[in-house]
Design a protein around this ligand. Structure first.
Ligand code: ZN
Length: 530
């Protein structure tokens, strides 16, 4: 299926095999009424005097810096009866939509179906590399939406299919995207999605979600906030955002966890974009405000952020005086479990090292690209999980080189380190591989226990994790589940999660060398009990 712009020109942004099965579907009941967008209801229900004070404070703030908040308007519109009407709805919605800061030259494309329709807004002039990344994320969001919509209808049909009047209900997804330049070398991507489902002949908003990425301009590698901001940026933004939300929303609009969601912590302030005007922070539905209030976005002007935004991007910032640990995952690129791990790393601005098998790279190229774009290190784990110590020199070389080439083909970079399968190695292996060899300090034994609790405990029980390399596998749900608990635990304990090369560089004073073997820092007593 192709996206078509209103002018009729085909755009092959994404292919979607779904929604082709609508041949025998009954006509959608025609509804003549025009689109009736509900006026944005005023959110403030405060007494006049208080309102005036709030307005005065606002005016002062506006004078100091450029500041604005966009509320998600609660749009309610009728079901659509044909393609044109759907396009009109979509155009209207995008005109009203101000979650993402305004950006010129965006176009809207439509993927129309009688019961499932998607409209997308994007900027055709977005950087090419970034556009590939963006389209992949869009495709995932759309596939997820279509699957859910179809499942819902299937369930309905099973229940009501025998009734004469059954027809599939309509489902609509709006996707809004924008890329922002900051002038500091950092570039942000934001994707906002809004989902509607038919209820009593009207389309009702059922979900909304926003996600953001901060990249360097050139290599499309995710930037760690410390590279772009001074350490106090969260405090600064948080102080302002808290005050602003409290002044603009009534107490009963806040979610029970609202206050907790505004505490200064990475996971609370990890959705934002940076542009010339400053930063815009996003909070998903239900995070700060009650579920159903929609995504909240708050602009925090450059003047308010002051020195907290660095003039230019610095190299990945690691504090050598703070403890650090390297999470490593073998045997991928994998599927959903690995995807979960990557999502978790992103949430906490953490990185890990993935040791990939060459023969899985082609099938797992999306995960590989995502891992690399998140700033993770990509390692070589042989072509097909061979026991390298049992091979001759040429065979070892072939196992390593083929994998390096496969990875290079996908991300334009060869793996930087290697890990022999089973840890089976020798001088011959190290010499032939001609890359730094990485073993491990803490073996979670995830492949044998397949128990998230046990995996988690294995790490948490280790007395001192500073300088250590933790071994897991990215193919198992249990390892992903354990990661979701481990990463916040490590952050809370003050550990910096770094790549193996970073760990070695900071702990030994020099970058890992080809032909050398590393396994992280081993404590005497722990080595004995292992
Ligand atoms: Zn392995």
């Amino acid at each position: 299926m192709k996206y078509r712009t209103k002018e009729g020109e085909d755009r092959e942004i994404q292919q979607n095999p779904a929604a082709v099965e609508e041949a025998e579907r009954p006509q959608v009941i025609q509804v003549e009424e025009e689109l009736t967008p509900k006026e944005e209801t005023p959110k403030k229900k405060k007494k006049k005097g208080v309102l005036n004070i709030v307005l005065a404070i606002l005016a002062i703030l506006l004078a100091v810096a450029s500041v604005s908040v966009y509320l998600a308007p609660q749009l309610l519109f009728k079901v659509y009866s044909d393609e044109e009407e759907f396009q009109d709805h979509a155009d209207q919605r995008f005109r009203q939509l101000h979650i993402l800061p305004e950006k010129g030259s965006r176009v809207v494309t439509y993927d129309y179906g009688e019961d499932i329709a998607v409209a997308l807004r994007f900027d055709p002039s977005d950087d090419e590399k970034l556009a590939v990344f963006r389209d992949q994320r869009i495709r995932e969001a759309e596939e997820d939406f279509r699957t859910r919509a179809r499942d819902e209808e299937k369930a309905r049909k099973a229940k009501e299919g025998k009734k004469l009047l059954y027809r599939p209900l309509q489902h609509v997804l709006f996707i809004d995207t924008a890329v922002y330049e900051s002038g500091t070398g950092a570039r942000s991507l934001a994707i906002y999605t809004e989902e509607y489902a038919e209820k009593d002949r009207e389309m009702v908003k059922v979900a909304s979600d926003v996600d953001t990425w901060l990249f360097d301009g050139e290599e499309l590698k995710k930037l760690n906030p410390a590279q772009v901001f001074m350490p106090d940026y969260k405090e600064k933004a948080s102080g302002y955002i808290k005050k602003y939300l409290q002044e603009n929303y009534s107490e009963d609009q806040f979610s029970p966890e609202g206050e907790k969601s505004l505490e200064v912590a990475t996971e609370n302030y990890n959705k934002y974009i940076l542009d010339d005007e400053g930063m815009t922070f996003f909070f998903n539905d239900g995070e700060v405000l009650k579920e159903g209030e929609g995504v909240v976005s708050v602009d925090v002007g450059r003047k308010l952020m002051g020195e907290s935004i660095r003039d230019s991007v610095v190299e990945r910032f690691i504090d050598p005086n703070k403890p650090m640990v390297a999470l490593t995952y073998d045997d991928g690129p994998g599927g959903d479990a690995e995807r979960k791990i990557l999502k978790c790393l992103k949430k906490y601005d953490a990185v890990a090292t993935f040791f990939y098998l060459g023969n899985r790279v082609k099938g797992g190229s999306d995960n590989l690209k995502l891992a690399y774009s998140l700033g993770c290190e990509i390692g070589n784990h042989s072509w097909d999980h061979a026991n390298l110590a049992s091979l001759d020199e040429d065979q070892i070389k072939s196992q390593i080189t083929k994998t390096n080439k496969a990875v290079d083909k996908v991300i334009g970079r060869k793996p930087t380190v290697f890990r022999p399968p089973y840890g089976s190695t020798s001088d011959k292996v190290r010499e032939s591989a001609n890359m730094p060899e990485i073993l491990w300090t803490v073996d979670t034994l995830d492949w044998s226990s397949r128990d998230a609790k046990k995996i988690y405990k294995k790490v948490v029980k280790t007395k001192n994790l500073d300088g250590k390399i933790i071994l897991m596998h990215s193919l198992y749900d249990e390892s992903a589940e354990a990661t979701e608990k481990l990463v916040p635990w490590l952050e809370k304990k003050g550990y910096q999660m770094v790549t193996v090369s970073e760990l070695i560089k900071y702990k030994s004073g020099e970058a890992p060398k080809a032909g050398e073997s590393y396994r992280g820092e081993v404590d005497e007593e722990e080595a004995e009990t292992e």
